[in-house]
Design a protein around this ligand. Structure first.
Ligand code: GTP
Ligand code: MG
Length: 402
């Protein structure tokens, strides 16, 4: 099992997983291609033939067990991964009726490890069957029998291989999340402008479209504020429905919200083309805030370019009342903005507020206080590397932490 650095997706290194038939084809074709053994002069042709069959039995076992072992070893140690990824595994691989995804994956990895051991046992059994007293035909029959047993074992493990294939396809492309960096999660109903905002604010490249559900996965972007790097997570649009009615895409967004959000930005679309009326979008904001009560909240009323002054005044009043009548962790000065994510100045204003909230509130959380310095020790960076990577250093700022 492999270990990853903080900030990397623990599943990112998993190579494509071969299916049962593909594995067997590989193993048997390699075994059948090997040249007859070079045996000391004078050895009889029966011995030569027997050793050739032995090599085939061993080669096929090697290919099968090496490939399977390599696949299993590329998966991360499951009990050390961050709860964020545990939730994603549970959602993406879970069979909602019977088992959660982590159990499904653990079972599959265990079964495949068991298959490797079984192949090795069969290899040694068939090796000891190849006996000096047998004819060539009998030795070939033993090799054929070995291949038959290998095949049935590999076919038995096919459902588990399929789970690993699914895991590789769904998990290896997940964004890397660093639990040692503050995270901003951007949420809201479909089409409000989440991806547009994350794209303007960070180095990420979210998909943008003028129809709901453009973003089907989580996308991370990063932005440096002086010495700290902040992760921005763009989420798929979440609809205003009860939890059990939500589909997989929406559950993904919620899983992300729960574990990683230090600052939750809820974007509201007040325009006539919005998927939901503002009142309903505000109601959903309550749900989000309940979901992760520790997160700071920021409300962005977006698409301000599409509303007139009258509407804007009304909205300001509506949002003000909403905030006053709830007990949110929301900054009085920096917590609410009316913006257009198409205007650069508006984005700058919001980024400035984000920086203040992160430095004043989020970095005060105990988890960041303990983790800033050990991160360097763990990565074994030298002072020069630290300076080069600009981890804590910025021309405009003193070198110490606040
Ligand atoms: N006029 C105007 N259009 C905007 C603004 N922000 C975003 N849009 C447009 O709104 C549409 C949806 O934007 P996205 O950023 O894809 O919205 P999203 O919330 O990520 O959508 P989903 O991923 O589908 O949930 C796009 O056509 C954007 O160009 C804005 O401030 N003003
Ligand atoms: Mg989007």
């Amino acid at each position: 099992m492999s270990h990853k650095n903080a900030g990397e997706n623990p599943f990112s290194g998993i190579p494509r997983v071969e299916g049962a038939q593909e594995l067997l084809d590989l193993a048997f074709s390699k075994a059948m291609r090997i040249a007859p053994p070079q045996i000391r002069r004078g050895a009889d042709s029966l011995t030569k033939h027997r050793e050739h069959e032995r090599n085939r039995i061993n080669t096929a076992a090697n290919v099968l067990s090496d490939r399977l072992h390599r696949t299993v070893s590329k998966f991360p140690t499951l009990n050390t991964i961050h709860p964020f990824y545990i939730d994603l595994v549970n959602i993406l691989l879970g069979d909602r009726k019977h088992a959660n995804g982590m159990d499904v994956l653990k079972k599959a990895l265990g079964a495949i490890q068991g298959t490797v051991e079984m192949i090795r046992r069969l290899e040694s059994e068939f090796n000891s069957q190849l006996d000096g007293t047998y004819t060539k035909t009998q030795n070939t029959e033993i090799r054929t029998a070995a291949f038959g047993r290998y095949s049935s074992i590999i076919y038995q493990t096919e459902p588990h291989l399929e789970i690993l294939q699914k895991a590789q396809q769904l998990l290896s492309g997940l964004p890397g999340f660093n639990p040692f960096q503050p995270s901003v999660v951007v949420a809201g109903v479909p089409n409000v402008g989440k991806s547009s905002f994350v794209r303007s604010a960070t180095s990420g490249k979210p998909n943008i479209g003028s129809y709901p559900f453009t973003t089907k996965q989580l996308v991370f972007g990063h932005r440096k504020f002086g010495f700290i790097t902040v992760q921005f997570c763009d989420t798929p649009g979440v609809l205003d429905r009860s939890l059990k009615e939500r589909n997989e895409i929406e559950l993904l967004a919620i899983a992300a919200l729960k574990h990683i959000s230090d600052l939750l930005i809820v974007i509201i679309d007040p325009s006539v083309s919005a998927t939901y009326p503002v009142a309903q979008q505000l109601k959903l904001t309550e749900e989000f805030a309940d979901f992760y009560p520790q997160a700071q909240l920021m409300l962005l009323v977006n698409k301000a370019d599409l509303i007139d002054e009258n509407q804007r005044n009304q909205l300001e009043q509506q949002v003000k009342e909403f905030v006053e009548t709830h007990d949110f962790n929301i900054d009085a000065t920096h917590g609410v903005h009316f913006i257009s994510s198409l205007r650069e100045d508006d984005i700058k204003k919001v980024l400035n507020s984000i920086e203040i909230i992160i430095k004043d509130k989020v970095l005060q959380l105990p988890k960041f206080r303990v983790l800033t310095v050990p991160e360097i020790a763990e990565d074994q960076l030298t002072l020069e590397e630290v300076i080069e990577e600009d981890v804590f250093f910025d021309e405009d700022r003193p070198v110490y932490l606040q």
